[in-house]
Design a binder for this molecule. Structure first.
Ligand code: UD1
Length: 423
């Protein structure tokens, strides 16, 4: 099993370029199944989740040509697309549920064995199914009680759908399905994340008629056919946020290229509250943690445009060393404090109470053997390792490989002392 060895590093300095967004490319890859024509995706990050999604599309009958060295993937979903998703791939990546609508439209049936809960929470799909039912799909309740989604529909039709929670995945599945449904769909309380906007712009290029993506009400006029297109994926806002924190926590100064600051307003505001100086330039965003000492702040995670849950653990890393106490409230996932035990192994003394973590702050951290409990928590313990005395050994780094392209090389390029060792 591979591990990272992270040593206390000085202030990080230099520049880093952000890769394409994992959470944007996965639904877009699922959407390539909506046409028989060729789709070319550019700025695709070379990540384990992307590899799995390529295998997944291939197993469903699409022709996938992967050139991740050049960040390109080509998909042609011509001919028969199978209705049954292989469980061994579904359980490797929860995002495989995103093909639900596409399978229904292409083969009249979608059969997916749900992978169940994961480290950060249950992650149910009832909102995805509520949407598909409203569009005319029939869901087999008996199968569902056994954890299998078995949906059937000869044809989908437009509808008005209210999401009880602005779920990112449900919004994506419904937009895709409604794009080729007959008539108009209005999706209310939709997720507003930038990845939804990127999916809608991909679908609109293909010929879909989607308006309002990025707001809480999305209107989709169904069309008869979608076409093949070329699309450049947006930069990864969570990777950008993670590197912003790396500069802040080490008291460094870095230039972040290919980052869209508008997608990170909440993170930028919170970093500024902690004393980090952030400047937008024509070249990119300069994050300077060398000007002021870090001070504490409180965080509450929310759906976009609120503070992203995916930035909660990286930001908590910073709060462990900032001067003064902080409270972090996690409202999106029910069990997303697994990293607290890892931080505490390093001396952070954090206490959790329900949805809140209470962080005393101002700690001198000690290197320890810690676990990457999920993707973002993995990045977070690497960040604490950069400022902890001695060496921090991070195991289960396959989680980090799922979502950070060339993480070690990018950090080393900024002066971080980090090595990957294969055991
Ligand atoms: C996506 C992101 C993930 C991010 C999350 C929230 C991808 C591939 N993943 O995940 O990185 O952390 O958005 O920003 O884009 N919920 C329900 N019922 C449902 C669906 C969701 O209760 O039917 C709940 C979930 O349990 C969770 C919350 O809603 O507590 C958010 O889930 P959702 O927005 O659906 O996240 P994902 O699309 O799974």
């Amino acid at each position: 099993m591979a591990k990272f060895l992270v040593k206390k590093s000085g202030p990080l300095k230099g520049e880093v370029t952000i890769s394409g967004s994992k959470n944007a490319v996965l639904p877009i890859m699922a959407a390539t199944l909506l046409t028989e024509e060729d789709c070319t995706l550019c700025d695709v990050p070379a990540l384990r989740d992307v590899d799995v999604m390529c295998d997944f599309l291939d197993s469903l009958g699409a022709k996938v040509v992967k050139d991740l060295e050049n960040n390109k993937v080509d998909v042609k979903a011509e001919g028969t697309i199978h209705s049954e998703a292989p469980f061994e791939l579904v359980k490797m990546m929860r995002a495989s549920i995103l093909v639900l609508g596409a399978l229904l439209l292409r083969s009249g049936r979608a059969l997916i064995h749900l992978p169940g809960g994961c480290a950060i929470g249950e992650r149910p799909v009832e909102l995805h199914l509520k949407g598909l039912r409203a569009l005319g799909a029939e869901i087999n309740e008996q199968s569902l009680s056994k954890g299998i989604v078995d949906a059937k529909a000869d044809k989908l039709h437009g509808s008005t759908i209210y999401l009880d929670f602005p779920s990112v995945g449900a919004t994506e599945v419904i937009i895709m399905a409604a794009s080729l449904a007959e008539g108009t769909t209005i999706l209310e309380n939709a997720a507003q994340e930038p990845e939804i906007v990127d999916l809608a712009s991909f679908l609109n290029k293909m010929g879909a008629k989607i308006k309002g993506a990025g707001t809480d009400t999305i209107k989709i006029e169904g069309v008869e056919k979608l076409h093949g297109v070329t699309h450049h994926v947006i930069p990864d806002r969570i990777e950008a946020g993670t590197f912003m924190v790396s500069a802040a926590i080490t008291g460094g100064r870095i230039l972040i290229k290919n980052m869209l600051p508008n997608h990170l307003k909440a993170v930028i505001a919170k970093l500024r509250e902690c004393g980090t100086v952030i400047e937008m330039t024509d070249d990119g965003v300069i994050v300077d943690g060398s000007v002021n000492p870090l001070v504490s702040t409180d965080i509450k995670t929310l759906p976009y445009p609120g503070f992203p849950t995916d930035m909660q653990s990286p930001f908590m890393a910073l709060l462990t060393v900032a001067k003064g106490p902080s409270v972090v409230m996690e409202t999106v996932f029910e069990n997303r404090f697994m990293h607290v035990a890892e931080f505490n192994r390093m001396g952070a003394s954090i206490r959790t109470e329900g949805k809140c973590a209470i962080i005393p702050g101002g700690r001198s951290l000690q290197g320890a053997s810690v676990v990457a409990t999920d993707l973002r928590a993995g990045a977070a313990v690497v960040l604490t390792g950069l400022v902890a005395d001695g060496t921090t050994e991070v195991s289960q780094i396959y989680h980090i490989d799922r979502g950070y392209e060339h993480f070690v090389d990018k950090l080393k390029g900024l002066g971080a002392q980090i090595e990957r060792i294969e055991e």
